[in-house]
Design a protein around this ligand. Structure first.
Ligand code: MG
Ligand code: ZN
Length: 383
């Protein structure tokens, strides 16, 4: 608009630039005001470290190596929500005493930042209890939750609240959950609360302590607030093809129950059964578990995009099955899959991050690196 044709086009160009600079100053002024407004908003809680990250959603695909992700992507027609994550890295998975980790040592490393021996939950190799990022968040007054497709007492979720020398001690792990103060837990494992060798009815005790303990998805949907334990199966939830929208809707429910407390929330979510299908060398069911987990990731990501103060990090504890794709089709979703073992393997697992602080989750990192980053980004003090 300001360009006039003349033999000294250069001078006119400068004039136009000056006009643009004047216009830009207004924009800059507006931006500065906007920044001031948002800063004074965030200063309400008086903690500079909490300006950005208010909530953390930490999502673990058990047994989810790179090929599991690619199998899910292929079976889903060539795309996954995970592709929307701007920051990606790789995670080393060995445990304190084994090159190949199990889910107890892997979960303990991801949760507490400590390597331990295979089979151990929330303790060092010499059985000293170590605190998870989730429990640090709880101690700082944040609300906390766990959503899984395994028993809530299974190794991966247990690593976030329990301290036991053996992952098999499900009944003791249930007592650790009772003590933990976690606000929302959703998954299987009812038997470990109610059909116990010591005849204690942990569910009744938790009701007396103020928890709403429910047994099916309808009852869970009806709960609007407060502390909630949803024990939806005796042991495991059904497999992906038989459990409908359970995992993504449980993630949405947990977020709605945890959000709005004023101090933020820490939610741990596990796609527990990717690992199970890989142990069983079941190719398509493995891909279905992967796609189901990705739908849960979408539920978290939708909230994070809207909220703007939520960090979502997705990773795995180890690879299971030694999966290799030798053929596939985005058009038909078919996968040709080979398993080299029925057990866990030693390889990198992927890491994806979205939201404030996500840029810290890149490169090749150790599975012990997550706790410190979460704690620092949340600005919570750890003694
Ligand atoms: Mg697990
Ligand atoms: Zn496994």
């Amino acid at each position: 608009m300001y360009v006039k044709k003349c033999r000294k086009g250069h001078e006119y160009y400068i004039e136009v630039t000056l006009i643009n600079i004047l216009k830009m100053k207004k924009v800059l002024l507006f931006l500065s005001i906007a920044l001031l407004v948002s800063c004074s908003d965030c200063k309400e809680d008086g903690q500079a470290g909490r300006l950005e990250v208010r909530n953390v959603i930490f999502m673990i695909g058990d047994g989810m190596g790179p090929a599991q992700v690619y199998a899910g992507l292929t079976h889903n027609g060539g795309h996954l929500t995970l592709e929307e994550f701007p920051f990606v890295g790789l995670v080393k998975t060995y445990s304190a005493n084994r090159y190949i980790t199990d889910s107890a040592a892997g979960g303990t490393a991801l949760a507490t930042g400590n390597k331990t021996n295979n089979g151990m939950i929330g303790v060092t190799p010499d059985t000293v209890a170590v605190t998870s990022s989730l429990m640090e968040a709880h101690k700082a007054g944040m609300t906390t939750g766990i959503v899984v497709t395994s028993p809530v007492t299974h190794a991966t979720p247990a690593s976030f609240y329990a301290h036991q020398p053996s992952r098999e001690m499900y009944e003791d792990i249930a007592l650790d959950l009772e003590k933990s103060g976690i606000d929302v837990f959703i998954g299987g494992g009812r038997a470990h609360f109610e059909k116990r060798s010591d005849s204690v009815d942990v569910s009744t005790r938790m009701r007396e302590a103020g928890y709403n303990i429910v047994y099916n998805e309808e009852e869970l949907a009806a709960v609007q607030d407060g502390k909630v334990g949803a024990l939806l199966a005796d042991i495991d939830m059904p497999r992906a093809s038989e459990r409908g929208d359970y995992l993504p809707s449980a993630v949405r429910k947990a977020i709605s129950l945890l959000d709005g407390g004023g101090k933020g929330f820490f939610l741990m979510v596990e796609g527990s059964q990717i690992d199970y299908r890989c142990h069983g060398n079941e190719a398509v069911p493995m891909a279905e578990e992967m796609i189901d987990f990705d739908r849960a990731v979408k539920a978290a990501l939708d909230f994070a995009k809207e909220d703007g103060h939520t960090l979502v990090v997705v990773t795995a504890d180890h690879e299971t099955g030694g999966v290799t794709l030798t053929d596939g089709s985005y058009e038909t979703g078919e996968i040709e899959c080979h398993f080299s073992t029925g057990d866990h393997t030693g390889t990198f697992v992927p890491m994806f991050a979205f939201g404030p602080g996500a840029e810290q989750f890149t490169g090749i990192v150790d599975n012990t690196s997550f706790k410190d980053k979460f704690v620092e980004l949340l600005g919570i003090s750890v003694e």
